[in-house]
Design a protein around this ligand. Structure first.
Ligand SMILES: NC(=O)c1ccc[n+]([C@@H]2O[C@H](COP(=O)([O-])OP(=O)(O)OC[C@H]3O[C@@H](n4cnc5c(N)ncnc54)[C@H](OP(=O)(O)O)[C@@H]3O)[C@@H](O)[C@H]2O)c1
Length: 246
C-alpha cells in the first residue's frame, strides 16, 4: 500500500526522475518533485498532475543549505517523507575524457555536488525517514562500478557515492531506514542520450544484448526498492544496463 506515502524525487524534473514520478503517482504515492529550473519543473508538475498529488520544489543544489531547506519544505507540505530518490545529474565539462585532457580543478567541485549532495540529503532526511521506515536511493552511473577508459574522474566520484550509501545502509538499518544505489549506463530517450549523440548510443545498443533501458524500464526498480516487498534488503548496488556490463 502506498496511499498517503510521500516520495521526494531530487532531480525529478529530468528524464529518469520524471518517469519515476509518473509511476509513483500511478501507484498512489504523493510526489514532491525537485529540480533546478523552476519553469521546467513547473511544466513537468503540470504534465503529471492528472495522475495524482504532486508539487514542485525548485532549488539549486550548489546552494549551501539546499538539502536542509528542501527537506524542511517537503516536510511542511506533506508532514512526512517515506522515500527520497536522488536523480540529480550534475556533471560539468571536463569530468569525462582521457585523463590527461581532464581539468584537475573540476574534480573537487564535482565531488561536492555529487557525493556531497547525496550525503547532505540523507543527513537532512534521516529523522523523517526513520519515522516511516523509509528508503533512500541514489543514482550513479556504471563508471562507479566498472572500470573503463575516459571515466577516471566520474568513476571515482560515483564510487564515492556507492561507498557512502553502502556504509550508510548498514548503520541506518538499525533505525529502520533502507538505502540502495541504482546505476544506469546508457538510457535510451534520455537527455543524456541526446547529448551523447546517436552514433555512440547505437554502438552501445549493439553491445547490450537485452536492449538499452529507457527511463520507464528503470522506474519500476526504483519504486520496488521503496516498497514493502523490499523491506528486508538494503545496501545494494543495482546496475540496469541491458547486458552491457555485469
Ligand atoms: N540518462 C542516462 O543515460 C544516465 C546514464 C548513467 C547514469 N545516469 C544517472 O541517472 C541519474 C538521473 O539521470 P537523468 O538522465 O534523469 O538526468 P537529467 O535528465 O539530466 O536530469 C537531471 C536532473 O538534475 C537536476 N539538476 C542538475 N543540476 C542541478 C543543480 N545544480 N541543482 C538542482 N538540480 C539540478 C536537473 O534539473 P534542471 O534540468 O532544472 O537543471 C534535472 O532535474 C543521474 O544521477 C545520472 O547521472 C543517467
Amino acid at each position: 500500500m502506498t496511499d498517503g506515502r510521500v516520495i521526494l524525487i531530487a532531480g525529478g524534473s529530468g528524464s529518469i526522475g520524471s518517469a519515476i514520478a509518473r509511476l509513483a503517482l500511478e501507484q498512489g504515492w504523493k510526489v514532491a518533485l525537485h529540480g533546478r529550473d523552476a519553469e521546467k519543473l513547473q511544466d513537468v508538475v503540470v504534465d503529471l498532475s492528472d495522475f495524482g498529488t504532486i508539487d514542485g520544489f525548485a532549488a539549486d543544489i550548489r546552494e549551501d543549505d539546499a538539502a536542509e531547506t528542501l527537506i524542511a519544505e517537503v516536510a511542511e507540505q506533506y508532514g512526512r517523507i517515506d522515500a527520497v530518490i536522488d536523480c540529480t545529474a550534475t556533471g560539468p565539462q571536463g569530468i569525462t575524457g582521457l585523463f590527461p585532457g581532464t581539468s584537475p580543478e573540476v574534480f573537487g567541485d564535482f565531488l561536492r555536488v555529487s557525493v556531497g549532495w547525496t550525503q547532505r540529503l540523507a543527513h537532512a532526511a534521516y529523522e523523517l525517514l526513520a519515522q516511516q521506515g523509509g528508503t533512500l536511493i541514489a543514482f550513479v552511473s556504471d563508471a562507479g562500478i566498472y572500470a573503463a577508459p575516459r571515466q577516471t574522474l566520474i568513476g571515482a566520484a560515483r564510487a564515492g557515492t556507492i561507498g557512502f550509501v553502502r556504509n550508510f545502509a548498514v548503520e541506518a538499518a538499525r533505525d529502520g531506514i533502507r538505502a540502495h544505489v541504482i546505476s544506469p549506463s546508457y538510457v535510451e530517450g534520455s537527455e543524456s542520450a541526446r547529448r551523447m549523440g546517436s552514433e555512440r548510443m547505437a554502438k552501445a545498443a549493439q553491445r547490450a544484448g537485452l536492449g538499452l533501458p529507457t527511463a520507464d524500464d528503470i522506474a519500476p526498480l526504483a519504486l520496488f526498492l521503496c516498497s514493502d516487498g523490499a523491506r528486508r534488503m538494503t545496501g545494494q548496488v543495482l546496475s540496469i544496463n541491458g547486458g552491457l556490463n555485469a
